[in-house]
Design a protein around this ligand. Structure first.
Ligand SMILES: C[C@H](O)[C@@H](O)CC(=O)C(=O)O
Ligand SMILES: [Mg+2]
Length: 404
């Protein structure tokens, strides 16, 4: 008789690093020599199917994430895909609430990065077994089934299961039109690839010219190390892109709260849409104070690439501490936790502009933002996705090409 279940019999994890620090790709005010890296996970079933997942890291820290993935593997190997997805919420909890390992999180830091890598591989296996890309698996899934993948523990004071279901059911209207639109037009994207902090002005000019020629209209510039340099670089980019294209700035947590307000006020004449990660990613009230001070200048606060779980995002939203939610496909606990954040952002009417500066993040997050547009928000207002493909290869993101 034909065996129908797919049992996971093996998990392997590799430490993969790229020497990006040599040419300062990916550099910012806090990560001056980043080597873009991943903990890369492959799971294999008894029927020979594979699922691929990863989490993004920077440099030596990858070794520790690899150990954490290995520590989780015993919870995955031996389970069947069918058993996992029949109670995905339960499986998410199994990984995040394990009595022997919960103490080193919970749901944050290295262990959450490892959880993301493992669960990303499980979602990939699920999508492959259905013969669909992940975004399609998500948009075609019954709303009740989707909700059953989310752990609502700790967020029901902001979003209940019933409210989440209601959001998904309402967004069923017009869904097919949005699918067709995305396949034809793609999702708006921005690039940081012209303006990493360690790039010379000459390189910045050359990459910005190339990106403009390639059709990019939204540009992010790294700031925060030296105010004079920031003024010169922002002025240069604003001159090159003109008044109608969009500029964002990113300080990667460099400042204290007061310093952030003063510094960004000095850069306000270059009309940035947002200041990203102005201060510690854990300082919710600090972000709220910065948001309040910068609102009259028309500058929003964006954060999320180091926002470690749904509970943090909940509080940022409740405290009006951000104006742009930057989900990250590998910082949060994979698709399961990202779904919770997308639904909360929708309830709080805050646009989602995912983070993706890193290995594999652009490839992963496009699935989540397509799901957000097609099945949750139905809006492109004030929204764009980060696509940091190295500038010399860069093309505006077109999911018609990428995702068919
Ligand atoms: C170290 C990373 O390159 C970081 O600078 C990415 C980032 O902040 C972004 O893409 O945004
Ligand atoms: Mg950033």
């Amino acid at each position: 008789m034909l065996k129908m279940t797919k049992t996971i019999i093996k998990l392997t994890v590799r430490d993969v690093r790229f020497p990006t620090s040599l040419e300062q790709h990916g550099s910012d005010a806090m990560h001056t020599d980043p080597d873009y890296s991943v903990a890369y996970v492959v799971i294999e079933t008894d029927q020979g199917m594979q699922g691929y997942g990863l989490t993004f890291t920077v440099g030596r820290g990858t070794e520790i994430v690899v150990c954490a993935v290995e520590a989780l593997s015993a919870l995955v190997v031996g389970k069947s895909l069918e058993e996992i997805v029949s109670d995905f919420r339960g499986f998410y909890r199994l990984l995040t609430s394990d009595g022997q390992m919960r103490w080193i999180g919970p749901e944050k830091g290295v262990i959450q990065l490892a959880t993301a890598a493992v669960l990303n591989a499980v979602w990939d296996l699920w999508a492959r077994s259905e013969g669909k890309p992940l975004w399609k698996l998500l948009v075609e899934m019954d709303p009740r089934k989707l909700i059953s993948c989310i752990d609502f523990r700790y967020i029901t004071d902001a979003l209940t299961e019933e409210e989440a279901l209601d959001i998904l059911v309402k967004a069923q209207t017009g869904k097919q039109q949005r699918v067709d639109q995305m396949l034809k037009e793609g999702y708006p994207a921005y690039t940081t690839s012209c303006a990493w902090l360690g790039y010379s002005d000459q390189l910045l000019k050359q990459l910005c010219t190339d990106a403009l020629n390639d059709g990019w209209t939204k540009f992010k510039v790294k700031v925060g190390a030296d105010l004079k340099d920031d003024i010169r670089r922002c002025s240069l980019i604003r001159q090159m892109i003109g008044p109608h294209n969009t500029l964002m700035i990113d300080a990667n947590q460099r400042w204290d709260v007061g310093e952030a307000i003063t510094w960004v006020t000095r850069l306000a004449e270059y009309k940035p849409l947002w200041i990203e990660e102005p201060t510690s990613p854990d300082d919710i009230l600090g972000h709220a104070a910065i948001s309040k001070a910068l609102a009259p200048l028309g500058i929003g606060v964006a954060t999320g690439e180091q926002c470690h779980n749904r509970v943090m995002f909940k509080q940022f939203l409740q405290a009006s501490a951000l104006q742009f939610v930057q989900i990250d496909s590998c910082r949060l606990g994979s698709v399961n936790e990202n779904l919770a954040v997308l639904l909360m952002a929708h309830k709080f009417k805050v646009p989602v502009c995912p983070h993706a500066g890193g290995v594999g993040l652009c490839e992963l997050v496009q699935h989540l933002i397509l799901f957000d547009y097609i099945s949750v928000s139905a809006s492109l207002d004030n929204r764009c996705v980060n696509m940091d493909i190295p500038a010399h290869h860069s093309k505006p993101f077109n999911c018609g090409q990428v995702l068919k």
